[in-house]
Design a protein around this ligand. Sequence first.
Ligand code: UDX
Length: 446
Amino acid sequence: MNIAVIGTGYVGLVSGICYAELGNTVICVDKDPFKISTLQNGGIPIYEPGLEELSAKNVAAGRLSYTSDLQAAVREAELVIIAVGTPPLPSGEADLAYIDAAALEIAEALPAGAIVAVKSTVPVGTNERVRDLIRSRTDAPFSSVSLPEFLREGSAIRDTMEPDRVVIGSESREAAEKVAELHRPLTDKIMITDLRSAELLKYASNAFLATKISLINEIANICEKVGADVTQVAEGMGFDRRIGPAFLQAGIGYGGSCFPKDTRALIQIAGHVEYDFKLLRSVVEVNREQRFNVIRKLETIFGGELRGKTVAVWGLSFKPNTDDVRESPALEIMRHLVDVGVHVRAYDPVATPNFRSAFGDKGVVWCEGALEAAAGADALCLLTEWEEFAGADLRQLQSVMSRPILIDGRNVFREEDLAGTAFIYYSIGRPSLNQGVREKIPILQY
Ligand code: UDX
């Protein structure tokens, strides 16, 4: 199939490269000339394991190319995929300006019989809006398809090549079948729905996963008070096939470009039809508060006085294996620390440059290595579960710190890791692992 993908963000780029890998002829379009020249020169503007190699392979095979000329790309296409950003407006609603602009430009060059599919996560009704916008500009017959994307950053290629399901929303059975055929090599689980159901299904899936995370985080908070262990509770829950083990890892809450944005957008979508989505509002609220779990623990240890302390932070991206810092819990946690007069020493294996541009430099020393960040610190907060941190030698870590205080916001360390160390250790919802604070929460006077 000849495919044009509009937008080379995570979704567009990964999908485009994977469609080429399946043997299709793909042209990826972006209006940002810097991105396009990076891609044309063999680079990848995002951090995603394996993507650069896969792009190079398909470019070399003549199946994949990059351009900023949208109309030229669309003119040859049987399938045009819109994968531009839908960033949140201040109200939480998705901003559809890029979608509208793409639709209008596509209309100028759309060949008769083409299919236009929206992969961006968009409010219910957007595919119809795109269809009508294009129709207002061209007489060429075409079909509209909603093609929601479920890939995760960090495992985007696998998620795309081995999806749990492919959802195709369409008004035309024929168009849906063509798009289904394209995905047949990936999975048997292809579901064809109407346009609105496909759009809502994507938000509902993310809302459900966010709900699972907030639920387990609240269970973790209760575990801390009643002396239970959230990892054991979650494991036992996960054996129930109705619940499943995934997305029950307690921590400092979800971040990223999807869950925070999509949960707020769904609350807005519901609001538009005068439905108060109370459950989801609570999920968002719980997630916001959960970040401060780490701060509360630091305050407890230091008797409420954080000013003047040096705190090391390990992990800045919203999750491991990505340099994405959008809505990363580390942003708010570090903002609070800096605001109350803490000296922060921060390290992340890949996300520091992105984090610095989002956060600024005030109050922070950016470090090149994990031990360098910990050197001389009064406490260390682990905020992202990069594999590198799980393998850290805690005795060595203790030897470089001023005070052995470790707040593990992602439950990375096990009892064995702590053996032989004098760390005051807190994690999330695992009070039995609290070290140096087993019986009661200590107040340290300095
Ligand atoms: C998510 C969805 O999983 C994906 O289907 C959708 O297309 C885009 O949004 P992504 O944001 O890349 O993908 O990351 P994901 O792995 O889902 O993690 C999201 C956040 O939840 C991260 O901050 C992660 O740390 C957190 N999380 C995840 C938990 O706190 N606990 C868990 O058990 C799982």
